[in-house]
Ligand binder design. Structure first.
Ligand SMILES: [Zn+2]
Length: 211
């Protein structure tokens, strides 16, 4: 297969071997790991292996390409790690676009994440459009959001409206015990339980005071 097909396919880290039709007429793109990647580096020790254990095939889900979409078949190698001090016995090739354990390409996940997070499309609609499951589309959105969102500044002031719903009730803990006031929706009671050590802080108690 010419280099042009690899350029047209455009997935970094792989080279297109051939493109064929499956029995339903769909296009199947067979790729192999590009020779210029560090995919043969052991994830345990980093040493590049030259000892082949076996050849394996995976089918990562990729972006649609044209109206009919495509299927990807990745022919890759499982290598032995021959480093005496390394705990890994073997490992399978991985590339940046398809890290170990991933069954989707990075460009597909980025597209789904942007579709949900930036274009405000629903997760279910995006999952259907890209032919993946709802959890896969949602995980892509979370991954997309994690790359954009930063940690918020620490909260300086915590504002809580004091509310109450319904009447308080009094119950006896036991036949001889004290009467206890049950007031489950009282914000003050909840706050005292949530932050008992900080209740003496004036900023928490200043219900009418400006912080
Ligand atoms: Zn190793």
């Amino acid at each position: 297969m010419s280099q042009s097909t690899t350029v047209l396919f455009g997935l970094p880290g792989v080279r297109v071997q051939r493109v064929e039709r499956d029995e339903s007429g769909g296009r199947v793109v067979h790729v192999e790991t590009a020779a210029d990647t560090a995919a043969a580096g052991c994830p345990g020790c980093g040493v590049v292996s030259t000892s082949v254990k076996q050849n394996v095939i995976t089918a990562p889900r990729d972006l649609p390409y044209g109206e009919g979409g495509i299927s990807v078949v990745w022919h890759k190698t499982r290598w032995r790690c021959v480093e005496a001090t390394c705990a890994r016995v073997s490992f399978t090739e991985a590339i940046g676009e398809v890290p170990a354990g991933m069954r989707t390409t990075g460009r597909l996940r980025r597209a789904m994440g942007a579709a949900v997070g930036d274009a405000c499309r629903s997760v279910a609609e995006v999952a259907g459009a890209f032919a993946v499951s709802w959890p896969t589309a949602h995980a892509s959105f979370v991954e997309h959001a994690d790359t954009l969102l930063t940690r918020p500044e620490p909260t300086r002031v915590l504002g809580i409206d004091e509310t109450r719903r319904g009447k308080p009730r009094w119950v006896r803990d036991s036949d001889t015990g004290p009467w206890l006031r049950i007031d489950p929706y009282d914000t003050q009671c909840m706050l005292m339980r949530w932050a008992p050590g900080r209740w003496s802080d004036p900023s928490l108690r200043g219900r009418t005071r400006r912080a």
